[in-house]
Design a protein around this ligand. Structure first.
Ligand code: PEP
Ligand code: MN
Length: 361
């Protein structure tokens, strides 16, 4: 056991910056405090006891593993425990001097560029995929998306062409020369998708499929990690931490809308979350205005907003005939819509009208 003091601070630093504070109840006994200290030490952590007039607090310093297994909440005399360092040190911006750029088949996603990823929601046939890919490329996309394995809410909905779809995507890649991004829904699909695709998407519904994340970490392939529909930013970053912890640093985050009380749109696009994530991590982050809104007409506006808020790119769904799409037709862009989106991104933002003279700093 240690008491707080200058000499002790040096050893606390040596153990790293991971810390928890345990606040003892005002009526906690000396036996309770000693019990907490031996619990911490038995888990391999270092305890620092600080006695106030009313309360005693016990600081804990240790490795990430020590803090995650500590579980001190139920110990006698403990009022509350507070984690004061984030449990995602590898994705955190704190330990990274520069933002990360992830390369997908040579195409960068990161701070220097605004990357456009476009393609159909699902691969339906070779001709539909090729046509959508040509549309995407002609309008300026540098990566092609398309789902072969589809996670669908209803078991009766089109589930994707699977391996056939994957092979179509690989052929279309050769034809149009765009690297491909496609979803992997299950651990059993990882090897074949990793072999044929350039970037593997973890869909929103799978964000916390930890077995899948662990397996994807071992592939070292670029991963597009979508935010779960009900996931907090912290849960999302912890999911990304699984990938980095497993050895894969090629991770791009994707905000695709979350569930809120408002059901006017398919989801609620959390743009403030995008700005926040840019502060919290060094990883690139892109926005999916298609799934966030479900509404074709407002997708160009949301793409402009994504650019304004600091996103590193957008991923959108396009289809040669949206009204005939097998999935997500209402949010799929035609070539004209996509060209409008691209033009909007090139036009400078409106200038601010103000009667206040410019500030001289
Ligand atoms: C998709 O990209 O086609 C998809 C299913 O997205 P999400 O996981 O965000 O719903
Ligand atoms: Mn879709």
């Amino acid at each position: 056991m240690h008491t707080f003091g200058t000499a002790r601070h040096a050893s606390a630093r040596a153990l790293g910056s991971h810390a928890v504070v345990i606040v003892m109840a005002p009526k906690a006994s000396e036996t309770d405090i000693a019990g907490v200290v031996s619990h911490i030490e038995a888990h391999g952590g270092q305890a620092f006891v600080s006695r106030g007039v009313m309360r005693t607090i016990v600081g804990v310093v240790g490795s990430e593993e020590v803090l995650e297994t500590l579980d001190a909440d139920g110990l006698p005399g403990v009022a509350e425990t507070m984690r004061i360092t984030a449990p995602y040190k590898l994705v955190s911006a704190q330990n990274h001097a520069r933002r990360t750029t992830v390369r997908v088949g040579g195409v960068p996603i990161g701070p220097e560029t605004f990357t456009l990823i476009a393609g159909p929601c699902a691969v339906e046939s070779a001709s539909q995929t090729l046509e959508a890919a040509r549309m995407a490329k002609r309008a300026g996309a540098t990566l092609l998306r398309g789902g072969a394995y589809k996670p669908r809410t209803s078991p009766y909905a089109f589930q994707g062409l699977g391996l056939t779809g994957l092979r179509i995507l690989a052929e279309v890649r050769e034809e149009v020369q765009l690297p491909i991004v496609t979803e992997v829904t299950d651990v059993g699909e990882v090897d074949v998708v990793a072999e044929l695709a350039d970037m593997l998407q973890v869909g929103a519904r799978n964000m916390q499929n930890f077995a899948l994340l662990k397996k994807l970490a071992r592939t070292r392939k670029p991963i597009l990690l979508k935010r779960g529909p009900s996931a907090t930013v912290k849960e999302w970053l912890s999911a990304a931490e699984y990938l980095l912890h497993g050895g894969n640093e090629n991770v791009v985050l994707c905000e695709r809308g979350i569930k809120t009380f408002d059901n006017s749109l398919r989801n609620t696009l959390d743009l403030a979350g995008v700005a926040l994530v840019k502060e919290m991590t060094h990883l690139p982050i892109i926005v999916d205005p298609s799934h966030a809104t479900g509404k074709r007409s407002i997708i160009p506006a949301c793409a402009r907003a994504a650019l304004a808020v600091g996103a590193d790119g957008v991923i959108v769904e396009v289809h040669p005939e949206p009204e005939k799409a097998w999935s997500d037709g209402a949010q799929s862009l035609t070539f004209e819509n996509f060209a409008e989106l691209m033009n909007g991104l090139r036009v400078p933002m409106k200038s601010v009208t103000s009667t206040v003279p410019a500030l001289v700093m």
